[in-house]
Design a protein. Structure first.
Length: 201
């Protein structure tokens, strides 16, 4: 498999600074959605990088620092649970991606987005389904977004220990719903994601 196929194709079409973009945390009941954008040096693949879902947490943590060191440019951004409730999760994800792309130190001229829908960016780009398993840049972005969100949720676990966020990172597990039943919602819960839980109350 050619990890740089999409990057190289964009460069053959005249683009110079090609960034890969991915998100983490669309599904959880609590916390922000994160996104990252990564521009790799020409022809460079960071060893060990793969779709963040296919790598252990320990390995993701190690790769997080490696990506930050070896990437030409990177940016990590988020959209809050309040923005998710106001805009809906799709538009909040777009917002996080837009913030990540616009947060790059040097403006990219092409964006490769994981998935099948393009956020509203002011640069050219394309969507790549399962891009985090096909493109080195998107895979690197998926790790930065995932680790950043997990670290945020660990901080929230210290602030709201009763919800045990360190165990489920805000996802709708059995334990998480049990804690919701016991303690009610916290300030970082996404109200629009709790409709079925409210309905049972």
């Amino acid at each position: 498999m050619d990890w740089l196929e999409f990057e190289n194709k964009a460069k053959e079409n005249g683009y110079k600074l090609v960034c890969g973009v991915d998100e983490a945390g669309r599904g959880p009941l609590a916390g922000p959605v994160y996104a990252a954008a990564v521009i790799l040096p020409e022809g460079h693949i960071i060893e060990g990088v793969n779709d963040s879902k296919k790598i252990s947490e320990k390995k993701r943590e190690l790769l997080f620092d490696k990506i930050k060191e070896e990437a030409l440019y990177y940016s990590i951004a988020s959209a809050s649970e309040k923005e998710i409730d106001e805009l809906n999760i799709l538009n909040a994800t777009y917002l996080a991606m837009k913030r990540a792309v616009e947060g790059l130190e040097i403006k990219a001229d092409y964006a490769m987005i994981d998935g099948n829908r393009m956020p509203p960016l002011d640069i050219d780009g394309e969507t790549i389904i399962k891009g985090d398993a096909k493109s080195a840049s998107i895979a690197a972005a998926s790790i930065l977004a995932k680790v950043s969100r997990d670290r945020y949720m660990l901080k929230m676990a210290e602030i709201y220990p009763e919800y045990q966020f360190e165990k489920h990172k805000g996802y709708g597990t059995k334990l998480h719903y049990e804690m919701l039943d016991k303690y009610g919602e916290s300030p970082i819960h996404r109200k629009t994601f709790l409709k079925s839980w409210y309905a049972k109350k």
